[in-house]
Design a protein around this ligand. Structure first.
Ligand SMILES: [Zn+2]
Length: 317
């Protein structure tokens, strides 16, 4: 076993030092070696897991909302929300895990028929000093058509794409080695407790629908407005998504108790009326909405925050 101990120590002390050293996630150990230590093995494993768990939490805490792109799985699959750590965020947590990137290739330019459209790919390897995990021949890449290239051309465009390709390679290596490829929204929420960071400040990507869908009537999901109340029994209305045959509407969940009196409110019209009734909440330019809300304001809604276009992983600005 590759653990350095003082040659002067007794066998008992030597063993104790080994046990302590083995708690470090970077000290290699096999299952057979652990099994030979019987009871201590559990302690060693628990110590290793605890270190990695604390590290994971510290890394999540260091991540900023603008580093994260949220995705939602379809409602019928559970609707789980996960965070994608963008390249800029990966840079922020790299040192937590002692991640080294090496063997980086020269960037390779891939041309297309259109001289304005080209890609750069770049390969490299990475190792985590903490877990001793290594990944090789990882590929990163970017295109001249990506968002961040919009106003660039010539040498400036070349440089921007090449730089972003390298950042993408680093991001991929860090996400993989740090175990941050798919962050559960709940983990992020917990790690951000007691800070000013909120999940609602993250950009939303695939699975959340378009902005109009989030507000309007064609979505499977109820719009972000208070539903109407049944005029007959006072029960809060329930949203019913549109089908091929009818528009989305709100109905009474207790319609059974007053079959002779129907309660149906067109969802699109209801949402539009709510927007008119509360101009302060839905108005303003995107720039107006970026500052934190005043204390007396109603809580900021998702749609006041998510004004940017939807993005996919790898698309960063
Ligand atoms: Zn009713």
């Amino acid at each position: 076993m590759a653990i350095e101990t003082d040659a002067q120590t007794s066998p008992v002390e030597h063993e104790a030092q080994e046990t302590i050293a083995l708690r470090r996630p970077d000290v290699p150990v096999t299952l057979a070696e652990l099994a030979a230590r019987k009871g201590e093995a559990i302690e060693i494993l628990e110590a290793r897991i605890e270190i990695l768990r604390m590290l994971h939490k510290a890394a999540l805490r260091a991540i900023a909302p603008e580093d994260v792109l949220l995705f939602k799985s379809p409602d019928e699959q559970g609707g789980q929300i996960t965070g994608y750590l963008q390249d800029c965020g990966a840079e922020r947590v790299r040192d937590f895990f002692g991640i080294e990137i090496f063997g980086v290739s020269a960037p390779e330019k891939i041309l297309t028929n259109d001289p304005a459209v080209f890609h750069y790919i770049i390969r490299g390897s990475g190792r985590c000093k903490l877990t001793r995990q290594t990944i090789e021949a990882v590929e990163g890449g970017r295109s001249s058509t990506d968002d961040f290239c919009k106003d660039k051309k010539g040498a400036e465009l070349e440089l921007a794409v090449r730089k972003a390709a390298r950042a993408n390679l680093d991001g991929r290596i860090v996400r993989e080695l740090a175990g941050l490829s798919n962050i559960s929204a709940e983990d992020l929420r917990q790690a951000w407790e007691g800070t000013s960071k909120k999940l609602e400040q993250c950009r939303r990507g695939r699975g959340f629908g378009t902005r109009s869908e989030r507000l309007g009537a064609t979505s499977e999901k109820a719009p972000d407005v208070d539903p109407p109340v049944c005029a007959h029994c006072g029960t809060t209305g329930v949203y019913r998504p549109a089908t091929d045959k009818r528009r989305a509407f709100y109905g009474c969940p207790k319609w059974d108790s007053h079959k002779d009196k129907k309660f149906i409110v067109d969802a699109e019209k209801w949402v539009a009326d709510q927007a008119k009734r509360a101009p302060a909440e839905s108005g303003g330019t995107p720039a107006d909405r970026q500052g934190p809300p005043e204390r007396s304001d109603p809580p900021i809604t998702a749609d006041q925050v998510f004004v940017k276009r939807d993005r996919d992983p790898g698309e960063e600005g």
